[in-house]
Write a new protein. Structure first.
Ligand code: 48F
Length: 261
């Protein structure tokens, strides 16, 4: 085999095998932002099969840009153990006890590496365009290449079968919107629908990002800014302890649900 052919054959074969191995998983995560990457690592450490589908070329979601492209973020002391789980460095803020600064590039890279090294597979440049919904349960995802969707090409998708779907799509809560608008699901919220994100209030937003992480319909969980939006929480800007803890909490809830079933 000549070298050109060897390169192409190895890539196509390996990618195809990876995709085939993840066409049916325990947990399918939509979005590869910070809450998703934390959830993926904790789920994998408990032996759960996880695949993450991220529509952008680069996983990491809203971490990379820090605050207004100043590439630093804040993390509260009570989330430092999660940073350390991923081997991510942090520096105490001298004049504001209780907070650490974290280089946002190190944080994005560290979260991605920690999730992948735990065995979670990330499929980047893949968009989730619909859910599988049957027998009153969310049962997986409908996926397509982001380029196909962005170009508006009329190309049928493929599917991912999953016991559990985790919406970690951030502010737009893409999967929850699909569930409400297309599957006509009543979510476990005070209105049965999506409450909608409120303006910035950092402390309350940080609390609600964690409190809201959970199961909203059989087989359908949300975390991070997605669950915060679903439950009408406040936004909080470039402080990430809540995102990290939201990812860890949703992993614990998914594991508890799996044990109970
Ligand atoms: O928004 P995002 O970073 O998720 P998060 O874990 O973290 C939020 C923070 O970054 C920040 C914040 C905290 O202070 O306010 O915003 O809640 O990442 C969400 C990811 O989901 C991807 C999107 O590209 C992003 O990387 N995503 C969204 N819709 C889809 C998707 C889709 N339909 N298919 C695949 N990926």
């Amino acid at each position: 085999m000549n070298t050109e052919n060897a390169v192409s054959t190895a890539i196509v074969r390996q990618y195809s095998q990876k995709l085939i191995d993840h066409l049916c998983v325990d947990v399918a995560i939509v979005g590869a932002g910070p809450s998703a990457l934390v959830a993926a690592r904790y789920l994998r450490k408990a032996g759960v099969r996880v695949a993450i589908f991220e529509r952008q070329l680069a996983p990491g979601g809203g971490v990379w840009g820090g605050g207004m492209l100043f590439n630093e973020v804040l993390v509260q002391d009570d989330a430092v153990e999660i940073l350390e789980e991923f081997g991510i460095g942090h520096i105490p803020v001298e004049d504001s006890p209780g907070y650490q600064t974290v280089d946002s590039v190190e944080m994005a890279g560290g979260l991605i590496f920690g999730a992948v090294r735990s065995g979670a597979k990330i499929f980047n440049s893949v968009s989730v365009e619909d859910i599988i919904f049957k027998e009153d349960r969310v049962g997986g995802l409908v996926i397509n290449w982001t380029t196909v969707m962005r170009l508006g090409l009329f190309v049928d998708p493929l599917t991912i079968v999953a016991d559990t779907v985790l919406d970690a799509t951030g502010h737009p809560s893409v999967i929850m919107n699909l569930a409400v608008n297309k599957a006509k699901i009543q979510l476990k919220t005070p209105t049965g629908g999506i409450m909608g994100e409120r303006p910035m209030w950092v402390d309350r937003g940080e609390e609600s990002a964690v409190e809201s992480a959970g199961e909203y319909y059989p087989g359908l969980f949300a975390c991070g800014m997605s669950s915060n939006n679903v439950m009408g929480g406040y936004r909080m800007g470039p402080i990430f302890g809540g995102m990290l803890k939201s990812g860890r909490k949703v992993a614990e809830l998914i594991l508890a649900r799996r044990r109970a079933e």
